[in-house]
Design a binder for this molecule. Sequence first.
Ligand code: NAG
Ligand code: NAG
Ligand code: NAG
Ligand code: NAG
Ligand code: NAG
Ligand code: NAG
Ligand code: NAG
Ligand code: NAG
Ligand code: NAG
Length: 451
Amino acid sequence: MELCFRSLSKFTTSIILLLFLFSCFSFNSSEAYDALDPNGNLTIKWDIISWTPDGYLAVVTMYNFQQYRHIQTPGWTLGWTWAKKEVIWSMVGAQTTEQGDCSRFKGNIPHCCKKDPTVVDLLPGTPYNQQIANCCKGGVINSWVQDPSNSASSFQVSVGAAGTTNKTVRVPKNFTLKAPGPGYTCGPAKVGKPTKFVTQDGRRVTQAMMTWNVTCTYSQFLAQKTPTCCVSLSSFYNDTIVPCPTCTCGCQNNGTQSGNCVNPDTPHLASVVSDHGKNNYAPLVQCTSHMCPIRVHWHVKLNYKDYWRVKVTITNFNYRMNYTLWNLVVQHPNFDNLTQLFSFNYKPLTPYQDINDTAMLWGVKFYNDLLMQAGPLGNVQSELLFQKDKSTFTFEKGWAFPRRIYFNGDNCVMPPPDAYPYLPNSSSRPDVSLIMLVIILLSAAFHLVCV
Ligand SMILES: *[C@@H]1O[C@H](CO)[C@@H](O)[C@H](O)[C@H]1NC(C)=O
Ligand SMILES: *[C@@H]1O[C@H](CO)[C@@H](O)[C@H](O)[C@H]1NC(C)=O
Ligand SMILES: *[C@@H]1O[C@H](CO)[C@@H](O)[C@H](O)[C@H]1NC(C)=O
Ligand SMILES: *[C@@H]1O[C@H](CO)[C@@H](O)[C@H](O)[C@H]1NC(C)=O
Ligand SMILES: *[C@@H]1O[C@H](CO)[C@@H](O)[C@H](O)[C@H]1NC(C)=O
Ligand SMILES: *[C@@H]1O[C@H](CO)[C@@H](O)[C@H](O)[C@H]1NC(C)=O
Ligand SMILES: *[C@@H]1O[C@H](CO)[C@@H](O)[C@H](O)[C@H]1NC(C)=O
Ligand SMILES: *[C@@H]1O[C@H](CO)[C@@H](O)[C@H](O)[C@H]1NC(C)=O
Ligand SMILES: *[C@@H]1O[C@H](CO)[C@@H](O)[C@H](O)[C@H]1NC(C)=O
């Protein structure tokens, strides 16, 4: 009876999950919704710590509550628009990129007089007296699952020409968060409950004068128009390697060499790559049929009596990016019986309590947490050992392949299900089960449909 209930609720949740996936059809491009991280957000807290003669002193903290999406080098950029004629007298742990026109000031010159300041984090190695807690990491913020202790970033700001009571101060408007490109949308600042701060010895609690918070969410469709990642498949039981779909992330320009991709045999490879400028973060990819910066290969490697083994390889085809703190999210029904994993870190993601089919994988510190730019070192790999659950395990109908893969939070395009390698003995083409077909088609069509 109980078992029956459990499988029933599992089934219901799967249906709900599917409905969630379908609901993507009704979302427009600026709305962010991620079925594997439904509450994922980045919250900016603006705590007024004390009043000053002409304004206030505030600590601004960004908390990354996203399960697997992080902000990597070159880090975040935060902007807003002042509601009145505020100026920034000084900042600790961050700086504005431009001072602006402070010509109306004599004597004390503010740090920034712009109506719409843009703030960046300071770099590691900043002198001690310019630091506060959670600052000075070059704008890098880790994800909540990967490293919660490094998932926040703070700075202190002394604001002048603002109000000096909770009735006269005004909330800044139009927060913009870049990482460093587009992707995040921030809502309006809301007055929240004043934050309480506990002293280091835990013996005293202080309280902010006022607290505002802003919630920002990410959308892959705002970040880039095309996919950035694709999946290829192979297995021990079939020699066919199913490649990434052609033109997944772009097509090679067939005309004369117009440089939208780089051939690794180019004689002056290094100069071609560096020619494109240091601060250009648009990918410069190696020429491939898929043109994606990242390919994830899933190889079904071995079959034992009670276990089966998969090899996962992530290859970087982008000459312009070393992926620091990279992560992979993989959905496969056998993750509830993952027995062993080599050279990657693992945590289960369970946004829908009783479905344990999604794993977050990331590199081991100082060993393979850096996925190097395109070239001989531009790949990382791992092997996964799963225990077979006799009631569900099969090599048929593409069951052994992942349902969904994300790299750094971006959906990777899968090959079409009818191209999956299949067992030699099956006389006809496999009829992929309906639910799987729907899931796979959806994740493949995700980009097309939701743009
Ligand atoms: C942001 O994420 C936190 C942590 O998951 C959650 O408590 C909060 O409700 C979320 N905020 C919004 C507006 O979704
Ligand atoms: C301002 O502070 C007073 C007490 O000092 C409090 O009653 C009031 O609710 C506060 N207003 C806001 C908007 O926080
Ligand atoms: C905030 O942004 C909106 C839309 O981009 C714009 O219409 C509005 O004028 C901006 N407000 C300020 C104060 O800059
Ligand atoms: C932000 O403010 C809203 C409104 O007061 C509150 O419901 C929410 O819990 C706050 N979020 C955080 C993370 O403080
Ligand atoms: C590029 O050329 C190849 C072979 O000539 C052709 O098969 C392919 O369709 C062309 N692709 C585009 C995007 O024109
Ligand atoms: C990646 O890291 C290597 C070694 O640290 C460095 O030589 C290379 O310039 C870096 N590439 C990029 C694109 O930052
Ligand atoms: C999910 O499965 C993994 C691997 O078998 C296990 O370690 C983990 O505890 C499970 N998590 C939940 C929430 O059931
Ligand atoms: C697989 O995991 C599920 C859930 O954790 C558990 O109920 C089941 O017994 C496991 N199966 C095997 C063969 O270990
Ligand atoms: C391997 O799978 C492919 C489909 O991807 C199929 O065309 C081929 O016939 C299979 N090979 C064997 C030996 O069954």
